[in-house]
Design a protein around this ligand. Sequence first.
Ligand SMILES: Cc1cc2nc3c(=O)[nH]c(=O)nc-3n(C[C@H](O)[C@H](O)[C@H](O)COP(=O)(O)O)c2cc1C
Length: 234
Amino acid sequence: MRDLDPLAAAAPDLAAMRVDYGNPLVAPADEPDLDPDWVADGWEPLLRNWIEQARRLGVAEPNAMVLATVSLTGPAPRPVARTVLCKGLSPEGVTFYTNYDSAKGTQLAADPYAAASFVWPALARQVHVRGVTERVPADVTAAYWAQRPRESRLGAWASQQSRPIASRADLDRTLAETTARFADVDDIPVPPFWGGYLLRPDEVEFWQGRHGRLHNRIVVRIDGDNTTVERLQP
Ligand SMILES: Cc1cc2nc3c(=O)[nH]c(=O)nc-3n(C[C@H](O)[C@H](O)[C@H](O)COP(=O)(O)O)c2cc1C
């Protein structure tokens, strides 16, 4: 199996890998330190701004975030993490779309608390969003679904996400069947098992790496109408 992967021969010296953190668009001396003032208008404008800066820098999938949920099916709670795309951002929270019957969907049904981490190594920045999730209203899902290409819609119908399947051929067959089923349907509807979640943060942490120095961490805590901002040690 390893021989099939042309990259398997490469043996990176992981311990020797080291970069000097900082924003490549700004000279180290000119880059301002992340400061509580940056979240004076709330956490959302700063997160939006950082996603946009990553996009302008050409970062692939600048809205990707690693979503951690809790699995309660074993003898003890276990964290489970995977990447999803942030497809909506408002002062209320971050929104992502998935299969409600997937592993993450099942986990969120049992325990709605989640954490999402954005990381942009090219900018030496990360943001953690932690809080409780809820399903978005059906009309919000429908509005996003309307933007999805036909292929993505067919994929959502075809995949029983997170369930085992015997082979790639079986998966391709399922897609072919789904494609045939919707052949005469122009506007493929939203599957009943698919939709969005809003992660409403009670905590958002911004992290900025600094050139050869102590890094900056600012955490915003939201408790009802009460918001506090604190600097954390790196
Ligand atoms: C860059 C990237 C973006 C992804 N975006 C999504 C997404 O928006 N929604 C989704 O359900 N899965 C997305 N995935 C796939 C998930 O990481 C994951 O494999 C899938 O949702 C099944 O997760 P689960 O079994 O833990 O529920 C993405 C994967 C990558 C690498």
